[in-house]
Design a protein around this ligand. Structure first.
Ligand code: GLC
Length: 548
């Protein structure tokens, strides 16, 4: 796999993409219906979040059978059609492998619960000392990470929901089972995989309390993680696949190893540090204004660090776990177009492979829900109770959910201004934001000045200019917290990328070598450049790309 640097990957959350059979729930045939749209956008591969058999307690991240398709999403024939139709349009399919845990409805877990020792060893069933919980670790969705099973007199580990039991990768049989699943999907014509929270799969040898935190320091980038990834790739023909790992609370050093080609692990990694810059004290459920200085520092650290270590970043702002970026770092009212396009520029022209999450390319916003009954996500519903129990008022709790809930990214794709936004003929499983009449693909796809058209241009730039994929990166304006600016260079060619992260006007210096510039891209009609003074004035949320 050599061309992954030139690719742009599009993430589909099938449940909310397009409903083809009128049950209010998106499905695989809905994705097939929209392939022409995706081809027009110009993306290369489609990553689909899980549609495997699942009780859907965590929207499919609780897998009950990795080889079967949940009937809610369609059939194997529907998937085969999607693979074939995608192939005709040059769109490869990537599946989401949730290998840190299975659903407790998975046959392996059910057998374990029925007393089968072979399958108990697939998970972590642990005796607590004196009947006590084995460690004080916390589940990522709130509460203890251990659940007691009276019939077995043991506790099992679940870093996520109680219905998502962690798999024991120490057991070679588990590793073989998981390799078989990869081979099964590769044989069907699947081109790549996104590995869910994959840096959590290696647990420590001893169970101990975490006196400093929730336990994550013991299992994030755990002791045998690199060995496991190397083995998985070696035994499944990893070099032929496009692979990306979702890395939770990871470090730069580990991500270099995960993605440096010499290590033969993955092609690239997602990390989330840049999406915690509005977490107060690192706490997701405590609101804070975004710290733009921290954001810049993180980009510098990860871009330069991965370049020096020959690693590769998966670049992204949005996914099914994150609020919409235009609502978060942009201004969805006064500068909706400008801030959405500026934020796209930041990501797409850095060193790495960009990911677009469905609806991002038309500037979809958070839905601004005002009642807990509008939420569907297990984490949001759990935290609603937790925050109230902590003494927060209902109004404050709802304000926090509206900013932080994962449902912000899960509302149905807005296709047009008809009822239910053209997503479905019936009321969808989750409410559509009121702004769908204005923000939808029909209003943008064929417009010259639209967020969609701008994303298309960014994708084209990557295809037409090797510098975007292969060039080096160096940062400019490092002391100015409002401007995120960098240079890209390849051979004799050099580009300068400026992004005004704020709604205020800012003046920056035109760098040497840029006097006889050419405008490559911008989100305003023209650039405000003063040649005599060697200055550029950047208007609110302006993005400007010049070449030498
Ligand atoms: C990842 C997924 C998220 C899921 C979790 C547990 O973070 O993106 O949606 O809840 O893993 O599988």
């Amino acid at each position: 796999m050599t061309d992954f640097k030139r690719k742009v990957i599009y993430q589909i959350y099938p449940k909310s993409f397009k409903d083809s059979d009128g049950d209010g729930f998106g499905d695989l045939r809905g994705v097939t219906e929209k392939l022409d749209y995706l081809q027009d956008l110009g993306v290369d591969d489609l990553w689909l979040t899980p549609f495997f058999l699942s009780p859907q307690n965590d929207n499919g991240y609780d897998v009950a059978d990795y080889r079967r398709i949940d009937p809610k999403f369609g059939t194997m024939a529907d998937l085969e059609e999607l693979i074939a139709e995608g192939g005709k349009r040059g769109l490869g399919l990537m599946l989401d492998m949730v290998f840190n845990h299975t659903s407790t409805s998975h046959e392996w877990f059910r057998r374990a619960m029925a007393g089968d020792e072979k399958y108990q060893k697939y998970y972590f069933f642990v005796d607590g000392e004196g009947g006590q919980v084995p460690t004080n670790w916390q589940s990522k969705f709130g509460g203890s990470a251990w659940e007691y099973v009276p019939s077995l007199r043991k506790w099992y580990l679940h870093l996520f929901d109680v219905t998502q039991a962690d798999l024991n990768w120490e057991n070679p049989e588990v590793r073989e089972e998981l390799k078989d699943i990869i081979r099964f999907w590769k044989d069907k014509g699947i081109k790549g995989f996104r590995f869910d929270v994959v840096n959590l799969i290696s647990k420590p040898d001893i169970w101990e309390d975490d006196a400093e935190g929730d336990g994550r320091r013991f299992y994030s980038d755990g002791p045998r993680i690199h060995e496991y990834l190397q083995e998985l790739m070696r035994d499944t023909g990893g070099e032929e696949m496009i692979t990306v790992g979702e890395m939770s609370s990871t470090t730069l050093e580990h991500c270099i190893r995960y993605s440096n080609p010499e290590e033969k692990e993955l092609l690239m990694c997602f990390n989330f540090h840049h999406l915690k810059i509005d977490y107060n004290n690192g706490q997701k459920w405590e609101l804070m204004e975004p710290n733009l200085t921290a954001l810049k520092q993180l980009f510098v650290e990860w871009q330069i660090g991965m370049q020096e270590g020959n690693g590769w970043n998966a670049l992204f702002w949005c996914n099914h776990d994150q609020p919409r970026i235009v609502s978060r770092l942009g201004n969805e009212e006064a500068y909706w177009y400008e801030s959405a396009t500026m934020l796209a520029t930041v990501i797409h022209l850095m060193r790495g492979t960009p990911y677009i999450f469905q609806g991002e390319e038309i500037g979809m916003t958070n839905p601004h829900y005002t009642s807990v009954s509008q939420y569907r996500d297990i984490e949001s519903i759990n935290y609603y109770e937790i925050l109230l129990a902590q003494g927060k008022s209902k109004a404050e709790t709802l304000e926090i959910l509206a900013a932080r809930s994962r449902d912000n990214g899960r509302t149905p794709m807005q296709w047009d201004d008809t009822a239910y936004a053209g997503f479905s003929e019936t009321e969808p499983w989750i409410e559509i934001p009121d702004n769908y009449k204005m923000i939808n693909t029909a209003a943008q796809q064929y417009e010259e000045r639209s967020i969609f058209a701008y994303y298309k241009q960014l994708i084209r730039l990557r295809k037409d200019n090797p510098l975007v994929a292969d060039g080096d990166i160096a940062f400019m304006e490092e002391d100015n917290p409002h401007i995120l600016a960098y240079q890209r260079s390849l051979g004799e060619e050099r580009w300068f990328v400026w992004n005004n992260l704020t709604g205020d006007q800012e003046t920056v210096r035109l760098p040497r070598g840029c006097e006889h510039h050419r405008i490559i891209l911008g989100n305003y009609e023209s650039a405000d450049i003063n040649q005599e003074k060697c200055e550029i004035t950047l208007r609110p949320y302006e993005a400007l790309v010049l070449s030498e």
